[in-house]
Unconditional design. Structure first.
Ligand code: ZN
Length: 185
């Protein structure tokens, strides 16, 4: 491993830590060891930088998508991500695109009055990565509602119904993963 790539890995890890990713994901994305991540956290702390982390572990769609509102949260965030990456999201996780989508998601939420209520639970960046991972692995897809034409995120692991979270229509009976994702590009 050259000095340059070590430096860039360190830089990526540093940014990911500041955005709020948990160490497990930083290790997966950068290849750094747990010991190196501990050193990174200490370095950030010594610089007086604070790290906010809501999640403490990787969660699956079953835990993240447990209600009607959480399905809308996931749909909003992942649709923005998919719009930025296109079909590349089905092959690998794009950390930069995920970060951009997360910023847009935060902005939309803060402008939407109804989403300030307690039953709306904002997803964090670790959740975003977990959902992107499901999209990449084919466990989840972006479906287009035949009725209201909105796109929404749907995971094989979710605990809610498969209906469109916006208008509650059923998904297209004939849709397959491939067709559903290609309609959004
Ligand atoms: Zn709909």
């Amino acid at each position: 491993m050259s000095c340059n790539s070590n430096l860039s890995r360190w830089g990526i890890a540093r940014n990911m830590a500041l955005v709020g990713y948990i160490s497990q994901i930083i290790m997966i994305e950068t290849g750094l060891t747990y010991k190196q991540i501990r050193r990174l956290y200490k370095e950030l702390k010594d610089e007086g930088l604070t790290i906010f982390r809501k999640s403490h572990k990787v969660r699956g769609g079953a835990t993240i998508i447990h209600s009607h509102t959480s399905k809308i949260e996931a749909s909003l965030l992942m649709q923005l991500y998919f719009n930025i990456t296109g079909k590349a999201a089905l092959r690998s996780i794009n950390i930069n695109a995920l970060h951009s989508a997360y910023k847009l998601y935060s902005a939309v939420r803060s402008e939407t009055l109804g989403m300030q209520r307690a039953r709306w639970q904002m997803l964090d960046i670790t959740d975003a990565w977990c959902l992107a991972q499901e999209l990449r692995s084919g466990e989840a897809m972006i479906e287009r509602c035949p009725s209201c034409k909105c796109n929404y995120f749907t995971s094989v692991n979710q605990r809610t119904s498969v209906n469109c979270p916006f208008c509650l229509s059923l998904p297209q009976a004939s849709s397959t993963k491939k067709e559903a994702t290609s309609t959004t590009v």
